[in-house]
Design a protein around this ligand. Structure first.
Ligand code: DAH
Length: 352
């Protein structure tokens, strides 16, 4: 029986040498350590041994079992290491290769223009006031002196969000930032209705109009509204503020002009032009030969609007303006199509 044990051990160890992978190793385990292996058969034959033979053979059989188990463990580890080495060799890393740069984002040209505007008006004492993009007809039009059916509403083709059951006050997407004027005046005047504090704010934000989309018109665009209300504010304050703004934005020698215009919420109203900074006023393709670029609308806040905002027009006056940041960015960078702004095309965005 000792002889048999020796053969079983030798055969098993020899077979183990040629095992090359996990599957073969498992087959080996079943064959040499499993229930029907030669070794286990020997264990089952102990019953027929004499009293003297039994402990010797038993001890030896246990030794063989331990040695085969140890050999199995060692081979298993060898196979694991070999597989690891192969996979490391396959995934070789060349640490001398130059690294890949992480691409840096940048500010959108519209954001750049807006920040410049905030900083210029900030230096003049204007604070930023934000207001909602989804408005009521009342705030977008009625309180700004565009009553129901007023022809000036035709200038601002409107997206209606909800009319059902709202009578004459449907929900709209704001067509301009001017309703923010009313929110701001009401909010500030409510704090001290007898003597409301003066207002000096700029109101940036998206506006929406049901427009035919062209190179110059989009259904979504932004505006920067300005509003100053206080005792004794005059049209010269408006002119001075916008002329100063133009010099800071477009250069110290930039000339400006005001042309009479009409908006329901201002009286008098004007269109505000700056001398073309591309040709210096001589006339070029950008200003279409006129020498002037239209930058926005402005005027003295209408008494009805002041009263709606909680400011007594006998004691207070104010000016307002509305600028187009995208239009300024387009003029500056000679961007010829407004549709580039929100297309998120990196070929466009990377130029700024
Ligand atoms: N809300 C006007 C528009 O979108 C722009 C505008 C004109 C705003 C004159 C003003 C203003 O505050 O005084 O067409």
């Amino acid at each position: 029986m000792l002889e048999k044990l020796k053969n079983v051990e030798q055969d098993a160890l020899k077979a183990l040498d040629s095992v090359q992978n996990e599957a073969e190793l498992e087959t080996w385990r079943v064959a040499h350590l499993g229930r029907s292996s030669g070794l286990m058969q020997i264990f089952s034959q102990f019953g027929s041994l004499s009293k003297e033979e039994k402990p010797v053979a038993g001890q030896r059989a246990n030794e063989v079992k331990k040695s085969l188990e140890a050999a199995f463990g060692a081979r298993s580890e060898e196979l694991r290491q070999a597989a690891l080495k192969r996979s490391l060799e396959q995934e070789q890393l060349d640490v001398t290769l130059p690294g890949r740069r992480v691409p840096l984002g940048r500010l959108h040209p519209d954001t750049q223009t807006l920040r410049e505007l905030y900083s210029i008006f900030g230096e003049m004492g204007f604070q930023v006031f934000r207001s909602r993009e989804v408005e009521t007809d009342e705030y977008n039009f009625q309180l700004l002196n565009f009553p129901i059916g007023h022809p000036a509403r035709d200038m601002q083709d409107t997206y209606f969000v909800e009319s059902e059951g709202r009578g004459e006050n449907p929900i709209v997407l704001r067509t301009h930032t001017s309703p923010g004027q009313m929110h701001a005046m009401r909010w500030i005047s409510a704090m001290n209705p007898e003597n409301p504090a003066p207002v000096r704010i700029v109101l940036p934000g998206m506006c929406y109009r049901y427009e035919q989309v062209t190179t110059r018109h989009e259904t979504q665009f932004d505006q920067l509204e300005g509003l100053a209300v206080g005792p004794g504010i005059t049209f010269s304050d408006l002119k001075g503020t916008l002329a100063d703004f133009a010099r800071r934005m477009f250069g110290q020698n930039t000339r400006t002009r005001f042309r009479a215009s009409y908006f329901p919420f201002t009286e008098p109203s004007a269109e505000f032009d700056v001398e073309c900074f591309i040709c210096g006023g001589k006339g070029c393709g950008v200003c279409k030969g006129s020498g002037w670029l239209e930058i926005g609308g402005c005027g003295m806040v209408h008494p009805i609007v002041l009263r709606n905002g909680g400011y007594d027009p006998e004691r207070y006056s104010g000016f307002a303006f509305g600028l187009g940041p995208q239009r300024m960015a387009m003029l500056r960078h000679r961007i010829e199509d407004i549709r580039y702004f929100w297309q998120n095309d990196l070929r466009f965005l990377e130029q700024f």
